[in-house]
Structures are given as C-alpha cells and as structure tokens.
Design a binder for this molecule. Structure first.
Ligand code: HEM
Ligand code: HEM
Length: 172
C-alpha cells in the first residue's frame, strides 16, 4: 500500500490512474467547441463535467495529503534533471487543484448553485462578481494542464523506452 524508494504503492498508483482517466474525461469538455457540443460525446459524457470535476477536487485533496505523508519514501529524482521533475509534478498538482476550484467559482459566480451527482450541494443564488473573475481562468488552466499532461506522458515514455530506466514500471 505504501510507497517505497523503488516503486509507488497501491494507493498512489490507484489515485494516479483513476484521476488520469477522470481528467481525460474532463478534457472532453473541449468537445463543446465542435458543433456546439451537439454530438455523442457532448451529449453523453460531457454532462458529467461538474460532478466528475467536484469528485476530482475530493480526490486531489486526498492525494496531496497522501503524497505529503509519503514524501520521504517515494522514488527519488537525484539525476541532474531532478529539480525539473519536481517542478513538473508540482505544476501538475497545482493545475489538478485549481481546475475544480475555478470550475466551482464559475458556477457560484453565475449564481447557478452546485449540483453533484444529483445532490444540490449549493443552492442557486445571487451572482458573485469576484467568483466569476477568478473562474475566468478555468479555460486557460485547462489548456495548461493539457500541455503539461502531454509533456508528462512524453517524458514517461521517453524514460521507459529510450532511457530504459523503468520509470513507467514503478507507476504501473
Ligand atoms: C480537474 C478538473 C477539471 C478539468 C480538467 C476541467 C476541464 C475543462 C475544460 C477542458 C473545459 C473547456 C475549456 C475550453 O473549451 O476552453 C472546461 C470548461 C468548463 N468547466 Fe471544467 N474542468 C474541471 C473541473 C470543473 C468543475 C469542478 C466545474 C464546476 C463545478 C467545471 C465547470 C466548467 C464550466 C462551467 C466550463 C465552461 C466554461 C468555460 O469554458 O470557461 N469544471 N473545463
Ligand atoms: C491526467 C493525466 C495525468 C496526470 C495529471 C499525472 C500526474 C502525475 C503526478 C503528479 C505524478 C507524480 C507522482 C504522484 O504524486 O502521483 C505522476 C507520476 C507518474 N506518471 Fe503521471 N499523470 C497523468 C497521466 C499519466 C500517463 C498517461 C502516464 C503514462 C504514459 C503517466 C506516467 C507516470 C509515471 C511513469 C510516473 C512516475 C514518475 C516518476 O517516478 O518520476 N502519467 N503523474
């Protein structure tokens, strides 16, 4: 269950891959740019955006607490690029936290309330200007996370298949 210097443990791996799938699902929201979302993806998968996004907020909080508790016993990055790896992973964490936060602020700002898997967590109400302003960076953050994830996948495959240092193996 716990992490070690050699490999990530079951909980870290489960969180990583569950969240990777759910974030992939969230990216389908870009599909609203195609034919105003009037297609199968837009009508079947994208309507879950708010519910899954809020679930991701709970998961990232758990993941950050877990990562903190495991900080001394995870695979280390002692090569010269070690700092870059830490910055890269740090940016992924920041984006994973700020996307749901700004997403919720869009809804609160517009006075729409928050309905998650059929539960009305926050009632509809007045518009809140500051929440809309901060929520306005949601789309920019989504593009930034998409770029980070593409770079991240590229680096994982490069390490595994070109350098052959088993980086991917310790996360699967
Ligand atoms: C990790 C979580 C999330 C990811 C990766 C994500 C990703 C995205 C993406 C890719 C778009 C389309 C942006 C564009 O076409 O420019 C979008 C739009 C949107 N998202 Fe999210 N989202 C997340 C969480 C949330 C949450 C929790 C909510 C609300 C509770 C939310 C509400 C919205 C809304 C209302 C839009 C349409 C407005 C806009 O494009 O600015 N999102 N999101
Ligand atoms: C939404 C997509 C993804 C996000 C946000 C993400 C995020 C992260 C983060 C933050 C870490 C640091 C360890 C941790 O705290 O969990 C990590 C590690 C890792 N990820 Fe991802 N990941 C994603 C998708 C993928 C995919 C598709 C692959 C495979 C091609 C991958 C391969 C890895 C590997 C191999 C590690 C271990 C790196 C190391 O030990 O240095 N990730 N990922």
């Amino acid at each position: 269950m716990k992490d070690s210097r050699e490999s990530y443990g079951t909980l870290s791996k489960s969180l990583h891959w569950l969240m990777a799938v759910l974030i992939g699902w969230q990216f389908l929201k870009f599909g609203d740019r195609v034919a105003d979302g009037e297609h199968w993806v837009g009508e079947t998968l994208v309507p879950w955006h708010v519910s899954i996004g809020t679930l991701l907020l709970a998961l990232i909080v758990l993941r950050m607490i877990w990562a903190f508790s495991q900080r001394g016993q995870r695979p280390q990055h002692e090569d010269p690029q070690g700092r870059l790896v830490k910055i890269g992973h740090g940016l992924l964490y920041a984006a994973m936290l700020l996307l749901p936060v700004t997403g919720i602020l869009i809804l609160l700002g517009g006075g729409y309330g928050l309905n998650v898997f059929g539960m009305q967590l926050i009632e509809k109400g007045d518009k809140i200007a500051w929440a809309s302003t901060i929520g306005g960076i949601h789309s920019t953050l989504a593009w930034a996370l998409a770029a980070l994830v593409i770079g991240h996948i590229g680096m994982a495959l490069f390490h595994q298949h070109v350098k052959g240092d088993g980086t991917l193996s310790r996360m699967v």
